[in-house]
Design a protein around this ligand. Structure first.
Ligand code: PLP
Length: 397
């Protein structure tokens, strides 16, 4: 175990006052969840909002509802490079995964092939906004419209982002956010569904009402996790949890073994100060990302382009170094303690559990990203000195 200042790759701090309002929320129960729901509806300007146990749970419910509405359509079209929770939720909902390649310059769909990936069996398209880089929703919606398909916005990493002046998560037919660790803001775990579609909302309402609640054991674990994150999510102490292999920090796995539950009063209470935290954390992330971008050579570090007229929230700053060996260097001890980190272990087509659903096509863009992408930390715990050390390391590895 390496002891010393260690930066987490992503962070959304939980303060003591958040834990206190979490405990109050625990007592208020359903009233606290309703408060959070109505604040979210107001802020995002949507008619319907549903709160559940996690982002994957949110996506699973959305997909179950769509599946029921369109029997005979069983394929979910997703980017070939994204979070493993996305195919996990599709399989959990009893659906199959289909992939569209990703453009390494934008991390968005490869629009030369998006339309050709649709078939009679396509149920919906999931757009993601990876690292808070907003995808080209105009193009995705236009392609979806040709076949009257639903667009789900996976805004798990982009809460607070904007697309042509509109809030990300509210532009597709339905959208969701995650309140997991390392997202824009966190309630340890949590999922938010937003939509204006009354038909989907009606089905979701009846599903969410039937969901199991957190039992006392779940709640105790959430409280303990909140206390641990509060204590150890600091650069001076993060070496400790990072060095404990059983915590599996930052590990991404494909698994359908997760629970779909309602959100607890404790989680809604933890998120009480969400609006201020969201705006403050995103602003800091944006400033930090801009600082890196102003002090690095775009070509050499392989910066990702954002689409015109979008506001990215830079959950992390993704880069694709042109020189492969830079990446290897960044994965050694120093890079690691600076919070420089790869993201997912492979493209979606490399997940063995779903190999049989894919027609053996290759996704060179997604593969290239999986092999070369690194992310720089942008969170609120970074100091200017940390960022200078990161820049030094990148510029003279
Ligand atoms: C984190 C994440 C999810 C899943 O959210 P959880 O709350 O972790 O279940 C889905 N999609 C993307 C892009 C994510 O980053």
């Amino acid at each position: 175990m390496r002891i010393g200042r260690t930066l987490p790759p992503a962070a959304a701090p939980i303060y003591v006052r958040d834990i206190i309002s979490g405990l109050r929320g625990l007592i208020r129960g359903k009233r606290e969840v309703e408060r959070f729901r109505s604040e979210l509806r107001d802020y995002f300007g949507v008619k319907y909002c549903f709160l559940v146990s996690s982002g994957k749970a949110a996506l699973t419910l959305i997909l179950q509802v769509l599946k029921h509405m369109h029997p005979g359509r069983d394929q979910v079209l997703i980017p070939a490079y994204t979070c493993y929770s996305v195919p996990s939720a599709a399989v959990k909902a009893g659906l199959k995964v289909a992939l569209c390649d990703v453009n390494p310059k934008t991390l968005d769909f490869d629009y030369n092939q998006l339309a050709s990936r649709l078939t009679e069996r396509t149920l919906c398209i999931i757009a993601n906004h990876l690292f808070g880089y907003v995808s080209d929703l105009d193009k995705i919606m236009a392609v979806a419209k040709t076949r009257k398909l639903c667009v789900i916005e996976d805004a798990a990493q982009a809460m607070g982002g904007q697309h042509r002046g509109r809030k990300v998560g509210t532009i597709g037919d339905i959208g969701f956010f995650s309140l997991g660790r390392g997202k824009n803001i966190s309630a340890i775990d949590g999922g938010i569904i937003l939509t204006n579609d009354s038909i989907m909302a009606e089905s979701l309402q009846s599903k969410v009402t039937m969901l199991p609640h957190c039992n006392p054991m779940d709640t105790t674990i959430l409280i303990l996790k909140a206390l641990l994150i509060n204590a150890f999510l600091k650069p001076s102490l993060y070496w400790f949890p990072q060095g404990l292999p059983f915590l599996r920090l930052g590990l991404t796995v494909f698994s359908i073994d997760f629970e779909v539950k309602s959100m607890s009063g404790f989680q809604a209470g933890l998120a009480k100060n969400w609006r201020q935290k969201l705006e403050e954390f995103n602003k800091l992330r944006e400033n930090n990302a801009n600082f890196y971008m102003a002090h690095t050579d775009t070509d050499r570090i392989g910066r990702i382009e954002s689409h015109q007229d979008t506001r990215s929230v830079y959950l992390r700053l993704p880069i694709i170094p042109q020189n492969g060996s830079t990446r290897d260097l960044c994965l050694n001890g120093t890079g690691n303690s600076l919070g420089i980190s790869p993201m997912y272990p492979g493209s979606i087509d490399s997940i063995s559990q779903i190999e049989d659903q894919l027609q053996g096509d290759t996704y060179p863009g997604a593969r290239r990203i999986a092999q070369n992408l690194l992310t720089l930390p942008t969170h609120s715990l970074l100091t200017r000195a940390d960022m200078n050390r990161i820049l030094d390391f990148l510029n003279n590895p």
